[in-house]
Design a protein around this ligand. Structure first.
Ligand code: THU
Length: 136
């Protein structure tokens, strides 16, 4: 599937403008495309109890499931200035679950970068299946 980074980045910037970030003033927007060609979106939503803040990628994955699921093929995550933002560690793991190591991330280049460059040797669904038990 060819990826229209302009669409993903533009939608992610629109999402960043809708962020609820009164505490950090760091706005984050995300837009991804599924293997079915559907766009999914999210923005960060902060909370007075700082630790329960929702990252933009979490909102995007909720949109993915709520809209019928599918696999993520590519995603743009941007800050309020519109520039690409590298997902936090927790969100890398969350994105891995739904897009795998070949998920492509917007980095301003035509190719983008793949998730395995950000989360090498990821632990995922296959490991849960193959590593159950082990007591002898
Ligand atoms: N944030 C995200 O939305 N995604 C990330 O991958 C990194 C961090 C948000 C959370 C918080 O609202 C703000 O950025 C500052 O940490």
């Amino acid at each position: 599937m060819s990826i229209d980074w302009d669409v993903l980045a533009t939608e992610a910037r629109t999402m960043a403008a809708r962020a609820y970030a009164p505490y950090s003033d760091v706005r984050v927007g995300a837009c991804g495309v599924t293997d079915g060609g559907r766009l999914v979106r999210g923005c960060n939503v902060e909370n007075a109890s700082y630790g329960v803040t929702l990252c933009a990628e979490c909102g995007l994955v909720s949109d993915l499931a709520a809209g019928g699921g599918g696999r993520l093929v590519a995603i743009a995550v941007v800050a309020g200035d519109g520039a690409p933002l590298a997902p936090c560690g927790r969100c890398r793991q969350i994105l891995f679950e739904h897009g795998g190591s070949a998920l492509r991330l917007f980095d301003g280049t035509p190719e983008g970068r793949t998730l395995d460059t950000l989360l090498p040797d990821a632990f995922g669904p296959d490991d849960v299946e193959t590593r159950r038990g082990g007591l002898t």
